[in-house]
Design a protein around this ligand. Structure first.
Ligand code: NAP
Ligand code: MG
Length: 495
């Protein structure tokens, strides 16, 4: 199979790389395997890409190690930063193509995909700015010793990303790792390999030495498992399901105790108090669950509304959810495109069926949308209880539950009644309520009078089973540096 192919999207035609990107070259996999990529809008295969197996992971690790111990080591932090900034500029220049790839491959609307590209470029540029500001401290221990710390790169980093934000997750992972002087191999999700490969072209054009950034298309159980158990990888960063996160952690423990960061799932509460601005709250609650077709780790899938406004809120929220335009990602009015795959479509529909069987009330939706493509109607369940799977488990689709609460204490108790702890939101006009309640919520991010407001400058990650470590902001650099203490004896005293 060829190493690239012309692809026609409804908005542009471009040349799609298909090989694995190792050592700044697109290559075939050692085993010569390929796999198909499906357009979720029409369920049709439109291209195949080369597949990485264990030996290709070995090849990428060797390339990364060679870069790390060779040319990359001599590149100054300022030059590293400049390469990242150049990469960000290139991403912006290629915005229309990258967005079209995301819309075609993932099914997200073209307008949302453009926002993803802008956020991804900004994230890369932000970390470009950090590259020459990563440094240790001088620690005054006593007058006969000079003690200082160095923040050194961890080494070769294996990064495993999901399909819900293919390009954005690429940027969140590669940005801080490369800024801190590491070399990476990043495995895209099997459902959405195309934008990560396209980035290979831009990586090369930005001037990165060969082997610093390697991109592998492949399957989790093969390439992903090879990364997490690899003896030559110093750190693994994973975003995806909690179940696979556990496997990655176990594989790291059983192999070389590589450093692990995990960004996992959630079942995030979105709490609306009686005094909230109801129009505002409805728009953010709607965005909180239906953005990206509900395929967000931080999706506000449990909506808790205080009893004084519950009936009015539910009525208005139902109207709002039904106004969300579901359809072709390339149509300019589309808000919600198809789910990413048949598997995800089936999982979500089985949760909806289970909710119905358990006796919850379908207020809106509850069925597939149309007859072709993985489309699902925006769905709201009421009359739920804490034992139902639709309330307990991550659905990862356009499905939420709504519950009534009386007091602030009750809202906090319900909100925290989950093994997850990724995000939460509060809607109130009372500043004291917002601070009091946000302090009590067990979540890595709390939004007040908004939702999904993620910035590359602010840390993001989970409490409890939603993960380990923080991505984004200055905090993410900690994941990608080893701290070395150097103590120099100044006097001539002997032991
Ligand atoms: P997943 O399996 O956790 O996929 C995430 C990434 O991990 C993919 O690159 C995947 O490769 C890889 N992977 C799978 N098994 C692996 C293994 N044994 N070792 C190392 N890497 C492995 O998620 P999914 O099956 O696509 O989605 C299932 C559920 O996960 C969703 O319904 C949702 O609840 C959750 N999820 C969460 C996020 C998030 O942002 N936190 C993102 C996606 C999904 P493959 O491409 O081959 O699977
Ligand atoms: Mg696809």
């Amino acid at each position: 199979m060829a190493l690239s192919q012309k692809i026609q999207t409804p908005s542009c035609t471009y040349e799609q790389p298909l090989g694995l990107f190792i050592n700044n070259e697109f290559v075939k996999g050692v085993d010569g395997k390929t796999f198909e990529v499906i357009n979720p809008h029409n369920e049709k295969v439109f291209v195949s890409v080369h597949e990485a197996t264990e030996q290709d992971v070995d090849r990428a690790v060797a390339a990364a190690r060679k870069a790390l111990e060779g040319e990359w080591k001599t590149v100054t932090p300022t030059a590293r930063g400049r390469m990242l900034v150049r990469l960000a500029d290139l991403m912006e220049q290629h915005c229309d193509t990258l967005a079209a790839i995301e819309a075609l491959d993932n099914g997200k609307s073209l307008s949302m995909a453009k926002a993803d590209v802008a956020n991804s470029a900004n994230c890369i540029r932000y970390y470009g700015g950090w590259a020459d500001k990563i440094h240790g401290k001088v620690i005054d221990t006593d007058h006969e010793t000079l003690t200082y710390t160095r923040h050194e790169p961890v080494g070769v980093c294996g990064q495993i990303i999901p399909w819900n934000f293919p390009l954005l997750m690429w940027a969140w992972k590669v940005g801080p790792a490369v800024a801190a002087g590491n070399a990476v191999l990043i495995k895209s999700a099997e459902q959405t390999p195309l934008s990560a490969l396209y980035m290979g072209n831009l990586v090369k054009a930005a001037g990165f030495p060969a082997g610093v950034i390697n991109v592998l298309s492949g399957f989790g159980r093969v390439a992903g498992a090879a990364i997490s158990s690899h003896m030559g990888i110093d750190k693994v960063a994973f975003t995806g399901s909690t179940a696979v996160g556990r496997q990655v952690l176990q594989a790291a423990a059983k192999s070389n105790l590589k450093k692990v960061t995990l960004e996992l799932g959630g079942k995030s509460p979105n709490i609306v108090f009686n005094d909230a601005d109801i129009d505002n709250a409805i728009s953010w609650v709607n965005f909180g669950i239906y953005f990206n077709h509900g395929q967000c780790c931080c999706a506000g899938s449990r909506i808790l509304v205080q009893e004084g406004i519950y009936d009015r809120f539910l009525q208005r929220f139902k109207e709002r959810a039904q106004q969300n335009k579901v359809g072709d990602p390339f149509h300019p009015d589309t808000f919600q495109g198809p789910q990413v795959s048949q598997l995800q479509f089936d999982r979500i529909m089985s949760y909806i069926d289970q909710g119905k069987k358990d006796g919850a009330t379908v207020e809106v939706g509850g069925e597939r949308h149309g007859t072709e493509g993985y489309y699902i109607q925006p769905t709201i369940f009421s009359n739920v209880n804490d034992e139902m799977s639709i309330v307990k488990e991550e659905i990862f689709g356009p499905v939420c539950s709504i519950q009534k609460f009386k007091t602030e204490e009750e809202a906090i108790k319900i909100a925290n009644g989950t093994n997850y702890g990724l995000a939460a939101a509060i809607h109130t006009k009372d500043l004291n309520t917002s601070i009091r309640v946000s302090n009590e919520l067990k979540a890595g991010t709390v939004w007040v009078n908004s939702y999904n407001m993620i910035s590359y400058q602010a840390p993001f990650g989970g409490f409890k089973e939603s993960g380990m470590g923080r991505e984004l902001g200055e905090y993410a650099l900690n994941n990608y540096t080893e701290i070395k203490t150097v103590r120099i004896r100044l006097g001539d005293a002997m032991f």
